[in-house]
Design a protein around this ligand. Structure first.
Ligand SMILES: NC(=O)c1ccc[n+]([C@@H]2O[C@H](COP(=O)([O-])OP(=O)(O)OC[C@H]3O[C@@H](n4cnc5c(N)ncnc54)[C@H](OP(=O)(O)O)[C@@H]3O)[C@@H](O)[C@H]2O)c1
Length: 226
């Protein structure tokens, strides 16, 4: 799958999944801007790095996406990966957690996408990250799944909005991802069942490619053997 000539911005790019997507897009021939709230790592794998950006802040999001677009010489695609997780029951939790997860999981994608719309050409691409867990919430998963359900509804709405321009908007719904923090938190789990960042990145590269031009508004479970 080739992304030769494509200019791609990836948010949450210094995290576990983000780093894999940056590497896969570069390997497919894209030019990549890596945007994250975290500080830029010493090795950004050949991507242009933009650290210290809170994408939930619309002013910061616009400034970062504008700067990334300028550095790339244009923008063909945005991959919204910035996000986080909390497990919290209502009895033991805080209403503030609902605001936090809304802000980090949904508002970041909304703000970055709005900023990108000024640059994306007809036929451009947006890919979001929902969650398989958001298809039906379990105990302690209310705030997280509500925020990810928001990402999923946002994906559908924006896909419809952008159909006239041929810009596709899709979301991956991962189950638990095989990341170092998840291995630390669940040391007795069977890691071989978990979907890997590289497997998710392969699907994202496909969605960014010319071959995926007919897929939009799709919520795609990518769940390994879970
Ligand atoms: N890990 C899983 O099992 C799993 C399962 C399903 C879905 N997902 C979703 O997949 C995505 C990636 O997960 P991951 O495990 O790779 O997460 P991760 O390693 O924690 O990476 C997420 C990155 O997003 C950044 N970020 C958070 N808030 C931000 C903001 N306001 N502005 C800009 N950047 C921000 C984080 O920076 P900081 O370090 O500064 O916070 C971090 O670098 C997330 O959307 C997550 O919800 C993950």
């Amino acid at each position: 799958m080739s992304l030769a000539g494509k200019r791609v911005a990836v948010t949450g790019a210094f995290g576990s999944l983000g780093a894999a997507v940056v590497q896969a897009a570069l390997a497919a021939g894209a030019k990549v801007a890596a945007v994250d709230r975290a500080d830029a790592p010493a090795d950004a794998h050949g991507a242009l790095a933009f650290g210290g950006v809170d994408l939930a802040d619309t002013v910061q999001a616009k400034a970062a996406i504008d700067a990334a677009t300028k550095a790339l010489g244009g923008l063909d695609a945005l991959v919204n990966i910035a996000g986080t997780f909390r497990f919290e029951t209502l009895a033991d939790g805080s209403a503030d957690t609902w605001d936090l997860l809304y802000r980090v999981n949904l508002r970041t994608a909304v703000a970055a996408s709005k900023a990108a719309l000024a640059h994306l050409p007809d036929g451009g691409r947006i890919v979001n990250i929902g969650a398989a867990a958001a298809l039906k919430a379990g105990a302690g998963m209310g705030a997280y799944t509500a925020s990810k359900s928001g990402v999923m509804r946002f994906t559908e709405a924006l896909a419809e909005e952008l159909k006239p321009r041929g810009i596709t908007v899709n979301a991956l719904l991962p189950s638990i991802i095989d990341t170092p923090p998840n291995r630390r938190d669940m040391p007795k789990a069977d890691f071989s069942k978990w979907v890997t960042p590289a497997q998710l990145a392969n699907v994202i590269v496909f969605l960014l490619s010319d071959q995926a031009s007919a897929i939009t508004g799709a919520l795609i479970p990518v769940t390994g053997r879970v």
